[in-house]
Ligand binder design. Sequence first.
Ligand code: SAM
Length: 296
Amino acid sequence: MNKDIATPKRTKDILQAHGFSFKKSLGQNFLIDTNVLRKIVDAANVTEETAAIEVGPGIGALTEQLAKRAKSVTALEIDQRLLPILSDTLADYHHVNVIHQDVLKADLHEMISERFEKEEDLVVVANLPYYVTTPILMKLLEEKLPLRAIVVMIQKEVAERIAAKPGSKDYGSLSIACQYYAVAETVLTVPKTVFVPQPNVDSAVLRLSLRSAPPVEVKDEAFFFEMVRAAFTQRRKTLLNNLVQHFNAKKEKTNVEEKCLEAGIDPKRRGESLSMEEFARLSDIFVMKYGRELGK
Ligand code: SAM
């Protein structure tokens, strides 16, 4: 059997043999460090019972390490040029399926129900293309797929924002959007040197362990997220100013100050100091007063 794909030498040989040129627009930064890849697979707790879904297999560096441990690997790759390369590099792994697909356009519920059993131990593991990290993660979370965990290599700053706690400079609407669906933790940070070509930013491995139910119950999810986003519009402004501006822009008359006080929250606080529970309480007070109209 060949040596691991993820070594500088083998990666170079594969790319050369196939005359492959990187497309920056597709976020193609391939991993060339087998140790880092093993740590990603460890972080996802992949066993022979696990069915792994990978986004963007590239030339198969991570796919191969997943295939060594998982029951199956299903990989979605947008770049048609990589398909013949993958059927070559992964020829020895018969439980790997590569699908030519843009993950953002994929019907993942349909794919999962067609390919996997109901109680399958399902995880998404990926070295994500940086240009679409947030849309991909939000799609995986918001669609409420039957996943145990999502373990992804992403830009370090984005990982820190997602895993941030209230009161920290990184805490914002993205932290709340992700932590509503999952417990978020950064498990590893890696230097640029483990990729080819090297990106401009450092990276981190983020683990999202999906919750069976959100940590807060809200009356109107869409309105809850709208209010959270509004509270962080201008980070230096108070909750009061951001929310007043938001409702004015929507031409909705409401007494924000009164609602904050009713929720037991000082309207002069900044969004970044509010916990998810406080946002939930506040959003429910708005919804109760105005019914469903306000969330629209
Ligand atoms: N997994 C490989 C590795 O670790 O070496 C490659 C990772 S590279 C950062 C991202 C991969 O995602 C590329 O192969 C790229 O073509 C693919 N990709 C980019 N956008 C995609 C999309 N919307 N859907 C599926 N794959 C995508």
